[in-house]
Design a protein around this ligand. Structure first.
Ligand code: PEP
Ligand code: MG
Length: 888
């Protein structure tokens, strides 16, 4: 087996084996770009090493062979006392994990070769600076010595010279520093800094392997959902030096602005420095444009190479480069990360440039990015004071007064204040505070922390893990790195899309993308090219997708918005809200009815109200299918709260009064009380137990439709029965429903074809879908309840109680209420669809649980062949886009 590849042997498709960096270095090498020679040790070597504790057999020999080739190419030998070859040893996994793993530079320097390097470069300072960097990085990475020990020594020497700038240290200072560093190594390891270059190399390679399992790498992978078993590749590259003098330097560049997508020259450059100096922000960089003045030849060459790379990768690339004494070298490239707005703009630009077609443009953006663009945003042109930056856990722009405990959050918000709940981390006790707050800010924890999970579940803005903020919840203030203190009551602004935290109130602007979806922007004259890009990509997405997209909407207002957002119908109208408010009294009468007459009276009172609801809804959805679900929640939800009622009755009694109605209500509440109402008298069970209830709803629907037909409209209601577990339940209800429809048709002379279907939201329904399809003209998977009943997780409690633990220990990477659990719940969806269609090949099948608007889930539903997804109006554009991305 081959464990080492020369750069010339690889290519960009080999990311699994060579990691992203290695594969792209190979690609650039083969494009004839100036890449320093080197080789890549595969991820397989890494996983073997991590699994067995030793490097695979033959690796040492392969490394030796490739090293020899490298020495030949450069005409130098590793660590040669007179003219040493030096190498860098760099990590590089399949997925970029910025700054999470290790790198060691200048391997090959020792007490002799440093003199040789100085002579060859005719530059003492450079040679000793390189040596001290090696000892520092090697000490930290390979020998696990606290980095601070070295940093302090460096600070000390600078203090002695009364400077803050590394460049003020001369060769003698650095030589002295090397001695101090060597002392630190001796002190910590009990041995001298290794002088054998080959020993240095092997140790550095193994240290990079080990860094795959460093705490921060493990945490990062968990957050980004990168599999833990991939391992990292190791790149051994001939050193080129950006710290050789003022005609040397190092920089980063983007072929387009990763923030906005605009074309132009973007990047930073730092003279006389090595790569880490840029990343670490030790000294101030200059804009890349300035390189043109400093070194025009290199600048022109860089521009040329950037154009080549964009043309080759057909996308925005980011680049790391070094200039060594006027000679340009490419150290890395990859297709670059970008903001949501940049992603849409760049995809559209590339279509204009003829680089990609619209199908590919649709693939270049994601539903998640679209979601980000749909939240209100901070006005970035405003002057802001940034306090820190953490993890963007749940998008949105929230402004409010900082509070440091949940009790205050609730108290202040009750009195009308907007608050941001600031905690070190949250726990289930913070739930009320989180609900009360505009947004949540924590200094600890990542994307799967309690705060992040719960906030996303609630659709609340959240920034977490802003480690640079010191949060003191006891004394109720936080401190930013620049010394700014924020006390309880001070206003802060948090941006859940970028993870940025600002002092004071940053103005918020409506999302131009939402304005576009709302039809408030004329695309042909839109000033913002973001809107045109979104329009273009969404238009193509609609023509490309197979699945339909409907909305979950209960009111005419929501339905109209859903239509504007591109919904092709309503997949779920929950009728329960129609029984609340003033109408509750009729429901009470219905439940308390002692004979048929009383019950019929209650039903009769409800009928015109319900009919009015459906008239509104069907008018809004004229010409489009509108699935109306008959009443689902447990009846007791429509009765007064038991505690309140008990108090009322007790008070009345103490006054010697007696309210007959209240007493009967009490009895009813007690009678209907259930320990597990979600598993109790709800859905189709209600329809079977409360005579006339479902018929009332059916009659209201049919009468409303008939009335609209007479007005020349085109209503298309569909009736859906919830929580069915067996075909017998459905058959009984269906018989009654058909009877009512027939009666209304006779009464009104208007015979509408109204489909009758069912929700599939119990495992038994999915498993007996072949039988259920005998009685149903359509299915809609209620994946909220199906997840609840398949896992046995209460959907109302579970997210707060123990999901953060489950996510932490990796039982699942994401809440199954958010993204469909393909193996379990998803399997039931697959089985249900298959069995249903076996009975009724033209069965229409959709989904209306929250998953209908979740990108990953949408792809899954497309795969198992559903006809449509239905989601909240705000998610409709996301579903349209993802349904297309699942097909093209
Ligand atoms: C479901 O259970 O997935 C569903 C859509 O119904 P509800 O959320 O109203 O229970
Ligand atoms: Mg349900």
């Amino acid at each position: 087996k081959k464990y080492v590849y020369a750069f010339a042997e690889g290519n960009k498709e080999l990311k699994d084996l060579l990691g992203g960096k290695g594969a792209n270095l190979a690609e650039m090498t083969n494009l004839g770009l100036p890449v320093p020679p080197g080789f890549t040790i595969t991820t397989e070597a890494c996983t073997t090493y991590l699994n067995t504790g030793s490097t695979p057999e033959g690796l040492d020999e392969e490394v030796a062979t490739h090293l020899a080739a490298l020495e030949k190419a450069r005409g130098k030998k590793l660590g040669d006392p007179d003219d040493p070859l030096l190498v860098s040893v760099r990590s590089g996994a399949k997925f970029s994990m910025p700054g999470m793993m290790e790198t060691v530079l200048n391997v090959g320097l020792n007490d002799q070769s440093v003199e040789g390097l100085a002579r060859q470069a005719d530059n003492d300072r450079f040679a000793w600076d390189s040596y001290r960097r090696l000892i520092q990085m090697f000490g930290k990475t390979v020998q696990n010595i606290e980095g601070e020990a070295f940093e302090e020594a460096l600070e000390e020497i600078k203090r002695a010279k009364d400077t803050h700038n590394d460049l003020d240290l001369d060769a003698d200072d650095l030589r002295q520093l090397v001695d101090v560093y060597k002392g630190i190594v001796r002190e910590h390891t009990g041995a001298d800094f290794p002088q054998d270059p080959r020993e240095q190399l092997t140790a550095a390679i193994n240290a990079v392997f080990d860094s795959w399992n460093s705490d921060r790498a493990v945490l990062y992978r968990r957050q980004e959902r990168i599999p833990a078993d991939l391992g990292t590749a190791v790149n051994v590259v001939a050193m080129v030096f950006g710290n050789m003098g003022m005609d040397s330097g190092t920089g980063v560049a983007f072929t387009r602005d990763p923030g906005t997508g605009e074309q132009g020259v973007y990047g930073d450059y730092l003279q006389n420095a090595q790569g880490e100096d840029v990343v670490a922000g030790i000294r101030n960089t200059v804009p890349l444009q300035d390189l043109e003045k400093l070194d025009k030849t290199s600048y022109d060459r860089l521009m040329e190479i950037m154009a080549t790379l964009e043309g080759h990768y057909r996308d925005l690339c980011d680049i790391e480069f070094t200039i060594e004494a006027g000679q340009l070298w490419m150290l890395q490239t990859r297709v670059g990360k970008r903001t949501a707005a940049a992603a849409f703009r760049i995809a559209s630009q590339l279509v204009d440039e003829g680089v990609i077609d619209l199908d590919e443009a649709v693939q270049r953006v994601t539903g998640e990015q679209l979601v980000h663009l749909m939240f209100p945003q901070f006005d970035t042109s405003a002057k802001v004071h940034q306090l820190g930056r953490g993890i963007s856990a749940s998008p949105g722009a929230a402004v409010g007064k900082a509070v440091f405990d949940s009790y205050t959050a609730v108290k202040w918000s009750r009195s009308g204040e907007k608050v941001i709940l600031v905690r070190r981390e949250t726990n289930p006790d913070d739930l009320n505070g989180m609900i009360a707050a505009q947004g949540i800010l924590t200094s600890r924890g990542g994307k799967t922390s309690h705060a992040a999970v719960v906030a996303r579940g609630m659709g609340k803005t959240c920034v977490c893990g802003v480690e640079e903020l010191q949060v003191n919840t006891k004394r109720r203030f936080l401190t930013a790195p620049d010394g700014t203190e924020v006390h309880e009551g001070d206003v802060i602004s948090i941006d859940g899309s970028t993870g940025r935290v600002y002092l004071g109130e940053v103005p918020v602007v409506d999302s131009p993308v939402v304005e576009y979806f709302e039809g408030q922007v004329d695309v042909s004259t839109a000033k913002d090219d973001l809107v045109s890009a979104v329009h273009r990509i969404m238009t193509h997405a609609d023509s490309a997708r197979r699945m339909g997209v409907r909305a979950n909407a209960d009111t005419a207002e929501d339905a109209e918005r859903a239509r504007r957002f591109g919904a092709e119908g309503i997949g779920l109208c929950r009728t329960e809200h129609m029984f609340l408010g003033e109408r509750r009294q009729h429901v009470e009468r219905l439940i308390l009815a002692e004979d048929d007459e009383q019950r019929d009276q209650a039903l009769e009172a409800l009928l015109p109200l319900q009919r009015w609801d459906f008239l509104q809804l069907l008018t809004a959805m004229d010409g489009l299918p509108t699935t109306i679900r008959l009443l689902d929640p447990p009846l007791h939800e429509f009765l007064p709260d038991i505690t309140e009622l008990s108090v009322r009755v007790a008070l009345a009694e103490s006054r010697g009064e007696k309210n007959e109605n209240d007493l009967r209500l009490m009895q009813a509440v007690h009678r209907l009380h259930e320990q597990n109402p979600m598993l109790g008298l709800r859905g189709v069970r209600l329809g079977l137990v409360v005579p006339g209830l479902f018929n009332l709803q059916t009659r209201s629907i049919a009468e409303a439709a008939a009335q609209l037909v007479k007005l020349g409209k085109d209503p298309r209601p569909e009736i859906m029965i919830p929580l069915v577990g067996s075909v017998q339940e459905l058959e009984i209800i269906r018989g009654e429903t058909e009877q009512v429809l027939k009666e209304v048709a006779e009464e009104t002379g208007c015979d509408l074809p109204i489909m009758i279907g069912t929700m599939i939201e119990l495992p038994r329904a999915a498993l007996t879908a072949d039988q259920i399809a005998e009685a149903a003209q359509f299915f809609s998977f209620g994946t909220n309840d199906l997840t609840q009943t398949t896992w046995g997780f209460s959907r109302d409690d579970v997210e707060a109680a123990f999901f953060s633990t489950y996510l932490e220990v990796g039982i699942f990477g994401v809440s199954p209420f958010e993204t469909i659990d393909e193996d379990g719940v998803g399997e039931l969806v697959r089985i249900g669809t298959e069995k249903g269609r076996a009975t009724r090949p033209d069965l229409k099948v959709g989904v209306c649980g929250e998953h209908g608007g979740d990108p990953d889930s949408v792809h899954f539903f497309n795969k198992v062949g559903l006809d449509y997804v239905s989601c909240s109006p705000f998610r409709v554009p996301v579903a349209r886009l993802e349904a297309a991305r699942a097909t093209v």
